[in-house]
Ligand binder design. Sequence first.
Ligand code: 6LW
Length: 507
Amino acid sequence: MSYRNPVLPGSYPDPSVCRVGDDYYLACSSFEFFPGLPLFHSRDLVNWRAIGHALTRDSQLDLHGCKSSLGIFAPTLRHIAGRFYLVTTNLNKFRNFLVWADQAEGPWSEPVWLDWPGIDPSLFESEDGRVFISGNGGFLGDEPVGIYQAEIDLATGALLSPRQLVWTGTGGKAPEGPHLYKRGGWYYLLIAEGGTEYGHMVTVARSTQPHGPFEACPHNPILSHRSLDSPIQATGHADLVEAVDGNWWAVFLGIRPAPVRFAGQHHHMGRETFLAPVTWTTDGWPRIGQVFETMDAGDLPLQSLKAPATRTEFNGTDLPHQFNHLRNPQPGSWSLQTRPGWLTLQGQPDTLDDPAAPAFVGRRQQHFDCEVATLLDFEPAADGEEAGLTVFKSERFHYEIAIGHRAGQRLVFLRRRIGSLWKVELERPLPHGELLLGLRADAQHYRFFFQTPGEPEQEFGGGECALLSTETAGGFTGVYLGLYATGNGRRSTASAAFKWLDYITTP
Ligand code: 6LW
């Protein structure tokens, strides 16, 4: 049997995995999106079911004013002494913290703030019950660059030993993403080097002690696509797990650039989670090797999950797990109760151009080829009030097709923001009533359309995917497909109601 990579498509980077009995759990970074730290469950490492988020309360996650791609960086998920632990960094405060839960589905605890610098914290429990925290350091120029470690008390977060530099890596830039494992008589320290772009790689060292000294693997990097002509690039930031059958597997991030003629490679769906088998050399070193879009599942007990519905009806009491807000949602900015069966968004003064909290409910784009549509009931009452569908990379890079109001006229418009370029490209007067807004995407383009009930669909402009790519826009996230509303500097008097959102992958 084979499986397809990425196993978690779309902007799900920095995966961390652990196993409890026959169950696997995985967490990813979430940056400026709320709730934070998406969590998944699997029985085979291939098919992952969203089970919620660890950071669901403002008291756990303060993203107010957070710029795009800051917020929650790489987590580590571990199961220690009967409890799940997540340790991560909120770059909005530049502080590391851990949360714990008795079951992965939560509820998760309030943060235990750590007196621990750097990013990419990780936890390891040794056989004698000691717990070690490791993480990167020195990238602020304040100490030698490398991987640091200390013993920690999980209950209080207090360090029980001095924080010490344990490995500086193999010389690649940005040694980070450390994880410690025990196999046989060895403690393995796995890290990412080279930066999370096309030079990304995974390297490893080992020691007979959890705190070193560590000897580097003679065949580092054990994973890198930096010199491969592969549709999968930037592989790195891995976490290993020993499967139920004793085989080892690695989850890690990678990207799938869409080639743009004469303009190099551009990836707009962000860094995604991939899976690959780990083999061990006779002298006890791990290897991961080249990663492919189709790989042999070996003895994994593949269990296909029910395909997600293509239409999300907003008729529940809460949003499905794949939907997020931009930063902490403002009170009263969204509701599933105001108009049962509809998602109601109340435009706030904040707009999509602000590092703030516009009324926004979105999901990651996970496929190059997809069709996205929504039914919107919105009668703006004044100029500046708008609501619609956005392809959102960051506050400086987004496209939207929306209903607006100008000079007393209700209209549909297409607007694109590409860095300092901001332009309403198309406008058309609209009769009153519900409107279908949509887009069709392929690897290179988004093509927008709208349709008034009983009328034919009308094409309505488009834009290049590459202009929303990380190579163009920077950052650590991939594009979101979002429903939004804004009053453009004041609270809208009219609310916007979205009946459903279609996300249809097109072969
Ligand atoms: C992550 C770190 C990184 O914490 O990016 O480039 C951060 N390297 O490993 C966010 O993904």
